[in-house]
Design a binder for this molecule. Structure first.
Ligand SMILES: COc1nc2nc(N)nc(N)c2nc1C
Length: 308
C-alpha cells in the first residue's frame, strides 16, 4: 500500500512536471486524472499515508484571516526602463564604461506579478509577493495551488527563486466570460486577474484560476550556488524543476539585443501569455558586481517597454 502511494507520487510528479513545467504532456489527461483519483482515494482511506509534498496537498483547506508579512532576504528591486533604441544604446554605453565588453541575456518581461519562492532542503517552504520591495505578503497557500511551482526540487537545496506569476490569455478570457455571466465586474487585464487571484484568502479560489509562473533568477548572490552567470542560473533553475521561459537569448552585443527586441515587436501577440517588454541583463555575475545597484534598481539590467 505504502509502495503504491510512493509510486503514485513519483508518477504524478513526473507527469505533472512534464505537463505544467515543460508544456510537454507524457500521458493523456485521462490517465493523469485516473492516477490522481487513485491517490486521493488511498489517502482518504489511509490518512497516515498523506505526505506534505503529495500532489493532492496543493489546495489547502482553511481560509486565511489575512496575509502575514515577509521581509525579503535581499530586496526585490525594480528595473530601470528603456523606451527606444537610443535608451538601449545609452544603457550599453554606461555598462561598458564600468564593466567593459559584456554579454547580455534577453528575457521576455511577463506581464504578471513578481514572487519569491523559498525552499529548504529541496522542499517549498514559503512564497511571497514583492510588496514594496523590502516587505511582501506571505501567499504560500495560494502559490502551492500553482502546478508549475514544484513542491519538491530535484536536489535537496536551500534556495530562493524569483519570478513572475501570471494568468495565461485563454484563462483570462474564460474567467471574464464567467464573471460576466455571474454579473460580476470583469478584470481589466491578465495582470490584474493574476494579482486578484493571489490576493484571495481562500486557496480554493486561487486553485481555480489556472495561474502559472516563469522563474527568472535566484535570490541573493548567484555566485553562492557556484554559478558564474545569469544564463547558468536559469539552466540551474530548470534542472531543479522550475519553469523558466524558453525564449531567453544570450546576445553578444547591443545590436543583437536590438534585433531580438525587434523580432518580438509583432510576434508577442502569438504568445499564450502577455508580455510588456524585454528584460536585458549583463550575463556575468562578476560584471554585475562591477556595476552594482542604484537606490532602487540594478545598474546591470534594464527593461525595454513595448509601446502600449
Ligand atoms: C533582476 O531583477 C529583475 N529581473 C527580471 N527578469 C525578468 N525576466 N522579468 C522581470 N520582471 C524582472 N524583474 C526584476 C526586478
Amino acid at each position: 500500500l505504502e509502495q503504491r502511494v510512493k509510486e503514485l507520487h513519483k508518477l504524478l510528479n513526473e507527469y505533472g512536471h512534464a505537463y505544467y513545467v515543460l508544456d510537454n504532456p507524457l500521458v493523456p489527461d485521462s490517465e493523469y486524472d485516473a492516477l490522481i483519483n487513485e491517490l486521493i482515494e488511498l489517502e482518504e482511506r489511509h490518512p497516515d499515508l498523506i505526505m506534505p509534498d503529495s500532489p493532492t496537498q496543493r489546495v489547502g483547506g482553511d481560509i486565511l484571516p489575512g496575509f502575514s508579512k515577509v521581509v525579503h532576504d535581499t530586496p526585490m528591486l525594480s528595473l530601470s526602463n528603456a523606451f527606444n533604441e537610443e535608451d538601449l544604446r545609452e544603457f550599453d554605453r554606461r555598462v561598458r564604461a564600468d564593466a567593459g565588453d559584456v554579454t547580455y541575456v534577453c528575457e521576455l518581461k511577463i506581464d504578471g506579478l513578481a514572487i519569491s519562492l523559498k525552499y529548504e532542503n529541496g522542499r517549498f517552504k514559503q512564497g511571497s509577493t514583492r510588496g514594496d520591495g523590502t516587505v511582501g505578503e506571505d501567499i504560500t497557500a495560494n502559490l502551492r495551488t500553482i502546478r508549475a511551482i514544484p513542491l519538491k526540487l530535484s536536489e535537496d537545496v536551500t534556495i530562493e527563486a524569483r519570478g513572475e506569476a501570471y494568468m495565461p490569455k485563454k484563462s483570462f478570457m474564460k474567467l471574464n466570460e464567467h464573471r460576466e455571466e455571474e454579473g460580476l465586474d470583469v478584470f481589466a487585464n491578465p495582470r490584474n486577474a493574476a494579482a486578484g487571484s493571489l490576493r484571495q484568502l481562500d486557496p480554493k479560489i486561487a486553485a481555480k484560476r489556472n495561474l502559472s509562473v516563469f522563474m527568472y533568477g535566484v535570490g541573493g548572490d548567484g555566485a553562492a550556488y557556484g554559478l558564474d552567470a545569469h544564463s547558468e542560473a536559469l539552466d540551474y533553475l530548470d534542472r531543479l524543476g522550475f519553469r523558466t521561459n524558453p525564449e531567453r537569448r544570450r546576445c553578444k552585443d547591443i545590436d543583437e539585443v536590438i534585433a531580438y527586441i525587434e523580432s518580438w515587436q509583432d510576434r508577442r501577440q502569438d504568445l499564450s501569455y502577455e508580455i510588456d517588454g524585454i528584460v536585458i541583463k549583463v550575463d556575468s555575475f562578476s560584471r554585475q558586481d562591477d556595476l552594482g545597484f542604484t537606490a532602487k534598481s540594478p545598474r546591470w539590467a534594464t527593461a525595454y517597454k513595448f509601446p502600449a
